[in-house]
Design a protein around this ligand. Structure first.
Ligand SMILES: [Zn+2]
Ligand SMILES: [Zn+2]
Length: 237
């Protein structure tokens, strides 16, 4: 009987695999290498796939090693014939991260650390933004939880209200002005510390939050590295 297949590799997982690829070329190691086994364990503990039909083989060392080999065909320093297997996402991840292995390293470390944090679990499953977040689901959830820190958001709003109104700090949009009572008190917060720096920063500081309208918030998330507030302001003008 045909076994149900495990879910495809997600961004988080491919980021971790690519990071390992740059530290250990698959040509020099095999599936029993300690780092391959370690990554297999990490992948099994990530809070992103609730459905693992073939749990026994899910991201096992063999599968991890195969995935490393899949990346070879994008590598200009490799002259053999690469495996043709694998999906489009692998190529995307390669294109996005391969030219900056140091940053990739930081993001990979942030994902591993972030995956241990309980608030990351079970939030926003299959949220469309989550699957599109370049650094993967784990860091998306962490980013969101940092900018939804109730106490800090309340303080940021209070501070803004002292000077009169809750305006987008980029384009000046005011939900109250536009939507009347419905929009009263509404504004989003963006946490400005890049996810690659999460391992070096603890918690959220008030000064890391900016108040933004929903449109500007989306635009801030759209480019890597994130646009600074001033950069986006200049674009809006
Ligand atoms: Zn705005
Ligand atoms: Zn944000």
């Amino acid at each position: 009987m045909a076994q149900a297949r495990n879910p495809k590799w997600d961004r988080d997982e491919l980021i971790l695999a690519l990071d390992l690829y740059f530290r250990h070329n698959p040509l020099n190691i095999n599936s029993s290498h300690v780092e391959v086994v370690k990554l297999s364990q990490v992948l099994n503990s990530l809070p992103i796939h609730s459905n693992k039909p073939d749990a026994e083989r899910f991201r096992n060392p063999n599968g991890v090693y195969m995935k490393l080999c899949n990346f070879m065909r994008f590598d200009p320093s490799y002259h053999g014939t690469g495996l043709e297997r694998g999906g489009k996402l692998e190529e995307q991840i390669w294109n996005e991260f391969a030219n900056d292995p140091d940053n990739l390293r930081l993001i990979a470390q942030s994902i591993i650390e972030g995956s241990h944090q309980t608030d990351v679990e079970a939030m926003y499953h299959d949220d469309e933004d989550e699957t599109a977040f370049p650094e993967g689901r784990v860091l998306y959830r962490q980013h969101r939880s940092r900018e939804r820190n109730k106490t800090l958001v309340a303080r940021a709003k209070e501070k803004a209200l002292e000077s009169g109104s809750l305006r987008c700090q980029i384009c000046g949009f005011d939900f109250y002005e536009k939507y009347g009572d419905l929009g009263k008190g509404f504004i989003e917060c963006h946490h400005t510390i890049p996810v690659s720096e999460y391992t070096r920063t603890i918690g959220t500081k008030l000064s890391d939050l900016v108040l933004v309208c929903s449109n500007c918030h989306r635009m801030l998330h759209r480019r890597r590295p994130w646009l600074s507030i001033d950069q986006l302001k200049r674009l809006v003008r």
